[in-house]
Design a protein around this ligand. Sequence first.
Ligand code: BDR
Ligand code: CA
Length: 313
Amino acid sequence: HQRIIIDTDPGVDDAAAILLALASPELEVLGISVVGGNVPLEATVANACKIMALSNRADVPIYAGAPGPLIREQVYGKYAHIGAFSDQLVPATDIKPEAEHAVSFLIRTTRNAAEVGDPITICAIGPLTNIALALVQHPDVARGIKQIVSMGGAFTALGHRTPWAEFNIYADPHAAEIVYGSGVPLVIMPLDTTFQALLTRQHIEGIQAAAGAPGRALANLLLAFDRSDIGRFGRPGGPIHDATTIAWLLKPELFQGRKAAIGVQVTGRTAGYTYADYYGKTDRPPTSTIMHSVDEQGFIDLLFERLNVYSRS
Ligand code: BDR
Ligand code: CA
């Protein structure tokens, strides 16, 4: 099985990603490092704790990390005003984060992985602040990272936070540039791909009906935060961006991509713009794979199959 850390800012689609990972025996989740993003850090941490409680996985440690971006002023997600998940949507819990800081956890765990010669995968589904801080403070942590599977960026699809930028990159472009330029192998799930796998209201009702307490809570969240975005994509349905990173780890054959070097525009009106260098025009090595398509039905089937694991517990 694969050992992973999930770096996250829950977030409804983060919740879907975490639940998908925890329902999958192929993955060993070593810990959850949390960052401010969709909502302030206090709320992303509280949400992460609630998701762990839902899936009955109090054994997976949660670490609070960077509250905000390295340099730019903070921006939150579309539903920031709602804050933490309400107890009506996701039941309250006693689970608390560890005392250790998320960046310290990332450094400790990746260094240890390098020492034992078994590098780990990081699933990065929020702004990249924690991971950038770890890489800057101790560049040797790169040796303990097998790959970073990052939900972020937009290449041929339009950005959706600004015309140029996707939220995770826009929220901390400097951190993204550090991580994307670090030479660590990357698998990028940009909007180009996540916009192709849409959950409709019918799918969400299916999750609600079949998949036990985690499924019910996830369906509540998807409905409350209106992820079905009817019409925006020319057909019914809404994306579950972050869950694609876990789906790739489980079934890479569902995705198609292309090798490139990538980078991020960090300042000005176009801050957060991600560029792909397919032809070796920059000095960066092509260590990233940028995904451009996904088998939508295969992705949805996988999500359902794994969420249904919870209905049996
Ligand atoms: C990304 O931004 C966040 O709002 C989502 O959780 C996802 O990680 C999509 O652009
Ligand atoms: Ca996220």
